[in-house]
Design a protein around this ligand. Structure first.
Ligand code: GLU
Length: 431
C-alpha cells in the first residue's frame, strides 16, 4: 500500500512551497488509495512553536488535505536513540565527547562509495559519498539530526514514496547510506521542482512567499488555490488550467510531474480564483462576505435583507478576483453616500449635466415598472432624444451613483440601488 508523508518543521507558517508538497503527497495517497501521513519535525526545541503547529494544521485542513496519521518527532527521541545504538553496536557509528558539551554525540562513519539514486521525477541521480563528512546522528544534547530522524521515521512508518522539494536532493545520498547501514528498505524518491518567482528568483514576501493562511485572509478560495498549486508542477493536459481536485485524483500520477522549475504567478492565481468565484454558489459566498460587511459597519448583524445581499453578490461575482474585493467594489450599496473617486469626479462630473440628469430622473419617475429592462429602455430613449452617444451619459451617471468608473452593468446598479437612492445621488449634481 502506498504510504506518503508530509513532514513540515513547525518553525514557521505553511507557505506556497510547503502547500504544494503537501498537495502532491495527499493527492498521490488519494490517487492510489494509500495513506497520507503528517509528521511534525519539531526536534528543534527552540525554533519549533505550538503556534506554527496550529497554523500548519489549520492551513492543511482549510486546503482539504486530511491526514490519516499524525506524528511528532519530539515524542520519538527514544526510537532514534535505539536505532543509533544499533549502529554503534555494529561498529558503523562512534561516539564523540566534546570538551564543553554535557553528553556524547553519536556519529555515523560515512562509507566511501558511489551511489545511484532513482527518482520518479528526475531520472537517475549519481553521487560520490567521498565528499560527505561523517554525519552526526544524535547531537550531544540528545536531539537527533534531520537526516537521521527522517530516515528512521520514513522506514519505521513504512513510507513507500518520499515526495518533497528539490532542495532535499542533496540530503538524499546521506539518507540512502543510512537506510543501507540500518538494513531498511529504500523508499522511492520523488523530488518536486523548485518554485521561482516571475523574475526567475527565489520566492519572496513580495512575490508569493506568503503563508497559505494569508491567502485565505486575502480572499482566495481554497479550491482555487489548490487548483493553482496543482498547476505549479503538473498539468491535466490539453492546456487545461481549471481542474477539480476530484478529477485530478483520477488523472494524477507522480511520473507526470514536471521536471522543470515552476513559476509562481500571482496574476494567474488571481485569474483562477476569479474563475472559481464566478461559479461559486452565491449563497455560500454571501456567508463569507457577510462578516466582512458587518465588520465594516455596512450592514448590521441582525438587520439586513439577505436576499437583497445575495443578489448584489451575484452582480459582482463575475468580476471579483478575491472575495475581499466585494466590500471595496460594492461599498456604494451600503454607504449613505458613495465614496467618490476624485479623479473620476473630475473627469466625468465637472461638466454641468443638470439638464441630462433631470430628464433622466423624470423618465425614471414615469416608469410603470422599475425593472432592469425598463430602466435601460428609458435611458436609451433619453439618449436618442438628446442626440448624444450613450457613453456621454453612462459614465457620469455611474460615477454619480457609485463613485467609481468601473462596476457591474449600470442598469442593474440602478435597479438594485433603487429609484429613491438613484434620484438622490443624481440630484446632488443638479444645479
Ligand atoms: N522537515 C523537512 C522540511 O520541512 C522535511 C524534509 C523532508 O520531507 O524530508 O523541509
Amino acid at each position: 500500500m502506498v504510504r506518503v508523508r508530509f513532514a513540515p518543521s513547525p518553525t514557521g507558517n505553511l507557505h506556497i512551497g510547503g502547500g504544494r508538497t503537501a498537495l502532491f503527497n495527499w493527492l498521490y495517497a488519494r490517487a492510489k488509495d494509500g495513506k497520507f501521513i503528517l509528521r511534525l519535525e519539531d526536534t528543534d526545541k527552540l525554533r519549533s512553536q505550538q503556534e506554527f503547529v496550529d497554523e500548519i494544521l489549520n492551513s492543511l485542513k482549510w486546503l482539504g488535505f486530511n491526514w490519516d496519521e499524525i506524528y511528532y518527532q519530539s515524542q520519538r527521541f527514544n526510537i532514534y536513540r535505539e536505532q543509533a545504538e544499533k549502529l554503534l553496536k555494529s561498529g558503523l557509528a562512534y561516539t564523540e565527547k566534546l570538551p564543553d558539551k554535557p553528553g556524547e554525540a553519536i556519529i555515523f562513519k560515512v562509507p566511501q562509495q558511489k551511489i545511484k539514486m532513482q527518482d520518479l521525477i528526475h531520472s537517475g541521480i549519481e553521487f560520490d559519498t567521498a565528499v560527505i563528512k561523517d554525519q552526526v546522528l544524535i547531537k550531544s544534547d540528545g536531539t537527533p539530526t534531520y537526516n537521521f530522524a527522517c530516515v528512521v521515521d520514513d522506514a519505521t512508518m513504512d513510507i513507500t514514496h518520499v515526495i518533497r522539494g528539490d532542495d532535499h536532493i542533496s540530503n538524499t545520498p546521506k539518507q540512502v547510506l543510512l537506510y543501507e547501514a540500518l538494513g531498511f528498505k529504500l523508499p522511492k524518491f520523488a523530488h518536486l521542482p523548485l518554485i521561482m518567482n516571475i523574475g526567475g528568483g527565489r520566492l519572496s514576501k513580495r512575490t508569493g512567499a506568503t503563508a497559505i493562511s494569508e491567502y485565505r485572509l486575502m480572499g482566495y478560495l481554497a479550491p482555487a488555490l489548490v487548483n493553482y498549486l496543482l498547476l505549479l508542477s503538473w498539468s491535466p493536459g490539453e492546456n487545461r488550467e481549471l481542474i477539480d481536485i476530484k478529477e485530478a485524483i483520477k488523472l494524477f500520477d507522480l511520473t507526470d510531474v514536471n521536471k522543470t522549475a515552476a513559476t509562481f504567478d500571482l496574476k494567474k492565481l488571481g485569474w483562477i480564483n476569479n474563475q472559481y468565484l464566478k461559479n461559486a454558489d452565491s449563497d455560500k459566498l454571501a456567508d463569507e462576505i457577510i462578516p466582512m460587511l458587518i465588520e465594516k459597519n455596512y450592514i448590521h448583524k441582525d438587520g439586513f435583507d439577505r436576499n437583497y445581499l445575495v443578489s448584489i453578490v451575484k452582480l459582482f461575482q463575475p468580476r471579483l478576483l478575491v472575495v475581499n474585493d466585494f466590500a471595496d467594489w460594492a461599498d456604494f450599496f451600503f454607504l449613505d453616500e458613495p465614496n467618490m473617486d476624485p479623479a473620476a469626479e473630475e473627469k466625468y462630473l465637472k461638466k454641468d449635466l443638470s439638464r441630462e440628469f433631470t430628464l433622466f430622473i423624470e423618465r425614471l419617475d414615469a416608469l410603470k415598472s422599475f425593472d432592469i429592462a425598463s430602466i435601460e429602455e428609458s435611458f436609451r430613449g433619453l439618449i436618442s432624444e438628446l442626440g448624444i452617444e450613450s457613453k456621454a451619459l453612462i459614465h457620469p451617471i455611474r460615477v454619480a451613483l457609485t463613485g467609481k468608473t468601473i462596476g457591474p452593468g449600470l442598469f442593474e446598479v440602478i435597479y438594485y440601488l433603487g429609484k429613491e437612492r438613484t434620484k438622490e445621488r443624481l440630484s446632488k449634481f443638479i444645479k
